[in-house]
Ligand binder design. Structure first.
Ligand SMILES: [Zn+2]
Length: 152
């Protein structure tokens, strides 16, 4: 008999961009805000069984500054997609991807970028960060995937 693992797991999902384009008070970029849904589930052996908590977060799609929304408020926000399209595509770069192993204790030669598909601008979100940092931000933002480019 193996051990049975149980507890809660949280999943995040990027719901889209909503409302009017507004300047962010933190990074001063003008975009519609992102809404991310976080659902916690009780699991046994990593099979989600019972939903335990759902939280929504409304934030700047560039710097991530934002706040929690109640479910009913999130529904109201998501009923208003705002004008125009907004397509922001995250991607990462692994700088010095071919360096000899062991040079860096923690490999912090990664960069995270957000490409604005409408304007063509590529926005640097973070540099000198680790793969773990990228995974944390990915979960925070509810992104499905972050394509990685190797830079030699
Ligand atoms: Zn911002």
């Amino acid at each position: 008999m193996g051990a049975i693992y149980y507890g809660t797991r949280t999943f995040s999902k990027h719901m889209g961009y909503f409302g009017p384009k507004q300047e962010c008070e933190n990074c001063h970029r003008t975009y519609k805000k992102a809404i991310v849904k976080f659902s916690s589930w009780f699991h046994i052996d990593y099979i989600p069984l019972i939903p335990t908590k759902t939280v929504y977060f409304k934030s700047c799609p560039v710097c991530g500054k934002g706040f929690e929304l109640r479910k009913q408020d999130a529904k109201v926000e998501m009923a208003n997609p705002g004008e125009g399209t907004q397509t922001l595509e995250p991607h990462a770069k692994h700088i010095m991807a071919n360096k000899p192993k062991g040079i860096l204790k923690d490999d912090n030669s990664y960069e995270l970028w957000l490409k604005d598909a409408e304007s063509g601008e590529d926005i640097l979100l973070g540099k000198d960060i680790t793969k773990g940092d990228i995974n944390n931000i990915k979960k925070e933002r509810g992104w499905k995937k972050v394509p990685m480019e190797k830079v030699e």
